[in-house]
Design a protein around this ligand. Structure first.
Ligand code: ADP
Length: 400
């Protein structure tokens, strides 16, 4: 069975075509500059590529080009689009309407679009892509939506409510939703498999650390709390996002700088975080290089991130009344062994002890990095959101 996975943004359309018989990637790529030009970069498993400028006024033309490169020319991998059994789409915000992977109908597309108010950058482009995909690929190919928020719908009320007047929740749906759910679900299950344990018996802290970062408490396979909130701005200090700050600082700074709500949102989402504190870069590798050269603000930004991760691990161990494993994933979590070492240092009270020799230099592969006598196991677990979307899509269309 072949499944196409789509991750659509306002100006881009990332895709992977997977063969679900062995879960291998047949081809992948990105149509970008939608609405402002157009470009496709396509690579097959054999290393054949297409890398050309195009004209993509809308997502529809991007899908038309995608069909063309998949089925014709030197880098084609399909005889016809009929070989694709289903299309799985990543959708950021499913709110309280979608607590699981869902078969897409016209009504579902409209509901996803209606949620744009809660996720303006993401949901409307998802709806555009869903409509374009249906039109271009085929009315009869099933489409499936996999939501970033769905995994966190198991959080109890006491964890997801904010201390605002209750009507903010009732009228405006203001609450913690949490994001990166597809990744947290994938890696926590992969960890349980690697440990040879049933996920129902495990208390896990899952640290997804990338440009966007979030940490989730996974108890018995369910998310019971997570660091991102109403939007992906909350929680940890990130590449360019400030993470959790006192809400009064927002109104104070907006007044000082004369910023509108949108300008303030831009300031906190795009100019803050590791970039804002360090003044160097939003990228962890640049920051590490600057810190090695003695840049004080780069050192501070790195220390703040490590401190926040440690605090989340400790607080999630407290709410779960214990901890069996901590996992690191995402670009930083999978590769930054110095950060993993710093985070896990002086955590013996919690039963965490790293095997520094195993951790040192370990990048991007599944491995246990805790010492044999560590009470809590610590693992690096590479994430693969596309694979989970494809697995969910396959399961849903098979049981249709
Ligand atoms: P996104 O959230 O956009 O998916 P990623 O998960 O790809 O981001 O993570 C990007 C981050 O991972 C960047 O800060 C980058 O510096 C960091 N990173 C990637 N590779 C390495 C590496 N080898 N060592 C340290 N950090 C790395």
């Amino acid at each position: 069975m072949k499944i196409l996975v789509i991750n659509a943004g306002s100006s881009s359309l990332k895709y992977q075509l997977l063969n679900m018989d062995d879960e291998s990637v047949i081809a992948k790529g990105n149509c970008d500059r939608i609405g402002i030009g157009g470009h496709i970069k396509h690579t097959t498993f054999e290393g054949k590529t297409v890398d050309v400028d195009c004209d993509f006024p809308t997502h529809t033309e991007a899908f038309e080009k995608l069909v063309e490169v998949l089925t014709t020319g030197d880098a084609a991998v399909l005889k016809s689009m009929d070989e694709i059994s289903a299309v799985g789409h990543r959708v950021v915000q499913g709110a309280e309407i979608f607590n699981k992977t869902t078969l897409v109908t016209d009504e579902v597309i409209q509901q996803i679009d209606d949620l744009s108010e809660l996720a303006p950058v993401h949901n409307h482009p998802h709806a555009l892509a869903l409509r374009a995909c249906k039109k271009v690929i085929s009315e009869s190919t099933p489409q499936v939506a996999v939501f970033d928020t769905a995994f966190h719908q198991t959080m109890p009320e006491k964890a997801f409510m904010y201390g605002l007047p209750y009507e903010c929740y009732e009228k405006y749906h203001v609450r913690k939703y949490g994001f990166h759910g597809t990744s947290h679900r994938f890696v926590s299950q992969a960890l349980a498999d690697a440990m040879g344990k049933d996920i129902k018996d495990l208390k896990i802290v899952s640290c997804h650390l990338g440009n966007g970062s979030s940490i989730t408490a996974v108890e018995g396979g369910k998310s019971i709390d997570t660091s991102m909130g109403f939007t992906p701005l909350d929680g940890l200090l990130m590449g360019t996002r400030c993470g959790a700050i006192d809400a009064s600082a927002v109104t104070y700074v907006a007044k000082k700088l004369g910023y509108s709500p949108d300008e303030m949102s831009d300031y906190m989402n795009k100019k803050s975080g590791l970039l804002g504190v360090s003044g160097v870069s939003s990228d962890n590798r640049d920051l590490t290089a600057a810190a090695h050269e003695g840049n004080k603000r780069a050192i501070l930004a790195g220390e703040m991130l490590r401190y926040e991760i440690k605090k989340h691990i400790g607080s999630y161990a407290a709410i779960m009344n214990g901890l069996d494993a901590v996992l690191f994933t995402g670009g930083i979590g999978e590769n930054s062994y110095d950060l993993r070492s710093d985070v896990c240092r002086d955590m013996d009270y919690l039963g965490i002890k790293l095997d520094e020799k195993v951790n040192d230099g370990l990048c991007g592969k599944l491995a246990k990095i805790s010492a044999p006598d560590s009470k809590v196991e610590v693992w690096v677990v590479p994430t693969n959101e596309e694979l989970l979307i494809a697995r969910d899509t396959k399961a849903l269309v098979e049981n249709k």
